[in-house]
Design a protein around this ligand. Structure first.
Ligand code: CTP
Ligand code: CA
Length: 226
């Protein structure tokens, strides 16, 4: 019923969204992760569906309900997220990477729970995870590629750099040092930066509203005539 009130401006598109954190296991009972709740990515997935897109949501572990009418692909680690994304990439006309992917994982996963018996401190070697978005950018094709930049300092400069280096069409710059924006809250304040060097600031909005604003811009990039 809601769909009847929404513009069907994403009809015919297949939107692949990633959301949530990843978890990098250390042993059978512990992991390395971050504060991402998945709320922004799920809001984008629901909004894209309402606007007529076919939606595939590759999601790390979250407490959120599976959105209706959306293909949900649950994953845990960054490497699993990469596999799931690459597997469905060919179908996607738009990819939106809202997930907070862990940059590093423990170099080894202990088979048994690590015991605290050691003297002094425990040093954990970490290995770098694959950068999924950078990989998508290097084989972009005709797909529209949208990234997020989570920053606590030098927001615009860092986000602009990611936009260029990962070969994106649009990046959502997110100041995650604010308590009313970014990780694990219902509102967000973002700047949208484009390939041509332009940018715009959105006011503090609910994540559902940010999602629709973002999809407005994406629909326009897909169909410049409208
Ligand atoms: N990203 C990804 N794979 C990774 C790391 C990040 O696909 N291993 C994606 C995120 O989903 C996001 C974008 O890249 O869309 C930027 O993520 P962010 O953490 O802000 O930047 P990084 O490139 O990881 O750089 P840094 O954390 O050092 O700022
Ligand atoms: Ca990162």
């Amino acid at each position: 019923t809601l769909a009847l009130l929404s513009p069907q401006d994403l009809a015919g598109e297949t939107v692949l969204v990633t959301a949530g954190p990843t978890r990098e296991e250390l042993d059978p009972v512990r992991y390395l992760s971050n504060y991402s709740s998945g709320k922004m990515g799920y809001a984008i997935a629901r909004a894209a569906r309402r606007r007529g897109a076919r939606v595939i949501l590759v999601s790390g572990p979250t407490a959120l309900a599976a959105p209706v009418g959306i293909e949900l692909v649950p994953v845990t680690s960054a490497r699993q997220m990469r596999e799931a994304v690459l597997q469905r990439l060919e179908e996607a006309t738009v990819v939106i990477k809202a997930a907070a992917v862990a940059d590093y994982r423990p170099a080894m996963r202990a088979e048994q729970k690590i015991k605290k018996g050691l003297e002094g401190s425990l040093i954990l070697p970490l290995e770098k995870n694959p950068d999924i978005l950078a990989e998508l950018g290097s084989r972009k094709g005709n797909r529209l590629l949208v990234g997020f930049a989570a920053e606590t300092a030098d927001l615009l400069e860092n986000a602009r750099k990611k936009l260029t280096e990962k070969n994106l069409d649009l990046i959502v710059a997110n100041d995650v040092s604010r308590s009313d924006a970014g990780f694990d809250v219902d509102t967000n304040a973002v700047r949208l930066l484009y390939r041509d060097g332009s940018g715009e600031e959105l006011p503090l909005l609910g994540k559902d509203e940010v999602a629709d604003q973002l999809l407005d811009r994406i629909a326009r990039l897909l169909k410049p005539s409208l």
